[in-house]
Design a protein around this ligand. Structure first.
Ligand code: GRF
Length: 208
């Protein structure tokens, strides 16, 4: 079974969606560790409730960003993690971490990349920018993490209608319910089943 490590900072609703699918028996992965930079992240509690190791590794406990990344690398390597799932992890990881797990790190972004992404585009800001622009469709994107911000190969996307009455909060919630919680477990399932490969920086299905 694919051995997965998860990085979280907040409430962990995406982690919960993944745990629910594992519980239903439709996502054949083993989560060996959940790591947060924030001791109070509710995501850690969700891990503990599922008898999964829940660990806090904080940037401020290390001399610099590089030492912090080395600690994260050792943590995941010690557990032989094959895929790292970033589920609302609010620390930007640098070259050493990304190179240590090249094409083995996934992230979810709450818009249809390449729209409304890049530096500074996270959380409610994404949905504020969507409403400000007046686009009629937004959504979510699961992508591999490379050295840029939201620039890695796209694994899966799902569109969500923008409604006239939307506020950033209502839109954020609907994007999570209709897109994020659906495509994150599904993308991980396809990777776990060996259905996907990366070719010329694009994700392709092996068996279309
Ligand atoms: C989600 O909106 C995700 O798209 C973004 O961070 C948020 C995490 O939420 N990367 P949660 O902690 O999974 O509830």
């Amino acid at each position: 079974m694919l051995n997965v490590g998860v990085l979280v900072s907040g409430s962990g609703t995406n982690l919960q969606a993944i745990l629910d699918k594992i519980g239903e028996g439709t996502l054949p992965i083993h989560i060996s560790t959940v790591v947060s930079n924030n001791q109070r992240a509710y995501a850690l509690e969700r891990a503990r409730q599922n008898a999964i190791e829940a660990v806090c590794i904080r940037k401020k406990d290390y001399a610099d960003a590089d030492e912090y990344e080395q600690a994260l690398i050792s943590h995941f390597k010690d557990r032989n993690v094959e895929l790292i799932v970033m589920a609302g992890f609010m620390v930007i990881l640098g070259k050493s971490f990304i190179r240590a797990f090249y094409n083995q790190i996934l992230n979810i972004h709450p818009s249809l990349i390449p729209s409304f992404c890049g530096d500074g585009m996270y959380g409610l800001r994404v949905h504020e920018a969507v409403l400000e622009k007046g686009v009629k469709v937004t959504g979510a994107t699961v992508h591999y993490v490379d050295e840029g911000t939201d620039t890695g190969p796209i694994v899966m996307q799902k569109a969500v209608d923008v409604l006239d009455a939307d506020t950033p909060s209502t839109l954020q919630r609907r994007v999570m319910e209709e897109a994020e919680w659906v495509i994150y477990p599904e993308a991980i399932r396809q990777i776990a089943e060996g259905n996907l490969m990366i070719e010329n920086n694009k994700v392709r299905r092996r068996h279309p």
